[in-house]
Write a protein that binds this ligand. Sequence first.
Ligand SMILES: [Cu+2]
Length: 125
Amino acid sequence: MKRRPGSLPTVALLLLLVALLVQLQAVAATKYTLNWNYPNYQNYFSNWNRGNNYAVGDSIEFVYNAEAHDVVKVSYAEYGDCFTSALPSTSGATVFPLEQTGMHYFICTIPGHCQAGMKLAINVL
Ligand SMILES: [Cu+2]
């Protein structure tokens, strides 16, 4: 079979393009935006989480009514207790960069809110 001139470079170029696209997709950071409101039920935010695959380099933005809510990153124990002495963010739009693998925990510190399910645990892979 006679090779058409120029066909090999074309194939090579296409393969390179595909490889680059795959690479880009693996590297692209995702910004998750969360409507941080008083939940309708206890597991509301666990359900919101479902299907999200968090990776290092992604970020999560909590958007909320600053008159009614706040948000703070906490430890596992604080997440369980719904209590922290750390100062929460109160801007109404708080972005947390996900810089490390493992679990990250967030709560609203307004009394009763975390207990009602206004808490989020995410696993960064
Ligand atoms: Cu709240």
